[in-house]
Design a protein around this ligand. Structure first.
Ligand SMILES: O=C(O)CCC(=O)C(=O)O
Length: 314
């Protein structure tokens, strides 16, 4: 019998966190990563950025499928990092028991990795402002309202969710992600919703949280990168998880050749295999909680990747 749901907490969220997710479409979960984990992941992302920048000419900047989706002096957006096995902190993030457990809970069962990416950014030299001098944002959503969600036990479950974790502290000036709370329920035209939110800025919330806090949200929620006005660098790492209705062996990329490498697949530990590779068609494996159920507070250890250790040595 498969072990995947037993190696992760269920339910991963407290009733209050689960209720917040339902009402607002997102929840900030503090202390998901320790300071030490943040440091390891941040230094692996910085190393990947440095290694990519060292490749010349720039159009060849690909390492283990990871590449720059944005390569500008103030913003490096690293795409397709989910099989960058030379940077183990990244693999530890995308397969982290608590993070996957949260994604499974709000998806209503088994999930797999659809995308993995990261942003390393600083204050932008220019930013689009509205007539009153307030920032405009690139609000978007990856899941249409009502097309990718269902209710069970009165709780919303989404087929595509993201867990975005800040590896640096985010104060109010540090460009935390902005969201339009509750927009995951409103199918009234994204432009009209965003215009309404610009009219009354209290409809927009910005993530302000210490390093190691995770923002779990349904992709039906309108969200965007916030504006940095401090001198601090922001480093965030993101995994998008989808239910098994989404295609397998594919992770987001603007490059058409992107596929998970066979050698990488062979190195995946058994209990993490389902996160990367299909073992059958659909196999939804639902799992639902009641709102009153208390969170599973046990700490689940990360699964080691012995085969990768071997590859790294050879
Ligand atoms: O940069 C951010 O804070 C938001 C990232 C984002 O918009 C996304 O993952 O779709």
């Amino acid at each position: 019998m498969k072990q995947e749901l037993r190696t992760r907490p269920f339910p991963a969220l407290t009733p209050a966190q689960r209720y917040h997710f339902d009402v607002y479409g997102y929840v900030i979960v503090p202390d998901v990563l320790t300071r030490q984990e943040c440091e390891v992941m941040r230094s692996d992302l910085q190393r990947l950025k440095k290694d990519l920048l060292a490749i010349d000419p720039p159009e060849n900047r690909v390492i283990e499928h990871a590449y720059f989706q944005t390569d500008s002096p103030h913003h490096h957006y690293l795409g397709a990092i989910g099989q960058a096995w030379s940077y183990p902190g990244i693999l530890d993030y995308v397969t982290h028991p608590k993070i996957v457990g949260m994604a499974e809970e709000v998806s209503g069962g088994k999930v797999h990795i659809l995308e993995a990416n990261a942003h390393i950014n600083r204050m932008a030299p220019e930013w689009d402002l509205d007539g009153s001098g307030f920032p405009k944002y690139g609000f978007h959503r990856g899941l249409p309202v009502d097309e990718g969600s269902h209710y069970k036990n009165g709780l919303v479950h989404a087929n595509f969710v993201k867990v975005l974790t800040n590896l640096t502290d985010l104060g109010p000036d540090d460009g935390g992600t902005v969201v339009i709370p509750g927009s995951h329920k409103t199918d009234a035209g994204d432009e009209a919703i965003v215009a309404a939110a610009y009219e009354d800025r209290s409809l927009i919330s910005q993530i302000v949280a210490p390093a190691g806090s995770a923002v779990l949200f349904t992709e039906a929620l309108l969200h965007a990168t916030g504006r940095i006005t401090s001198d601090n660098e922001r480093v965030i790492i993101i995994t998008g998880y989808g239910t098994t209705y989404f295609p397998w062996q594919f992770m987001e990329s603007h490059r058409s050749d992107f596929r998970i490498e066979d050698a990488f697949i062979e190195s995946i530990p058994e209990s993490l295999r389902d996160l990367y590779v299909s073992e059958g068609y659909i196999q939804r494996k639902h799992r639902y909680r009641d709102l009153s159920q208390v969170a599973d507070g046990k700490s689940y250890p990360a699964t080691p990747w012995p085969a990768l250790e071997e590859r790294r040595k050879s």
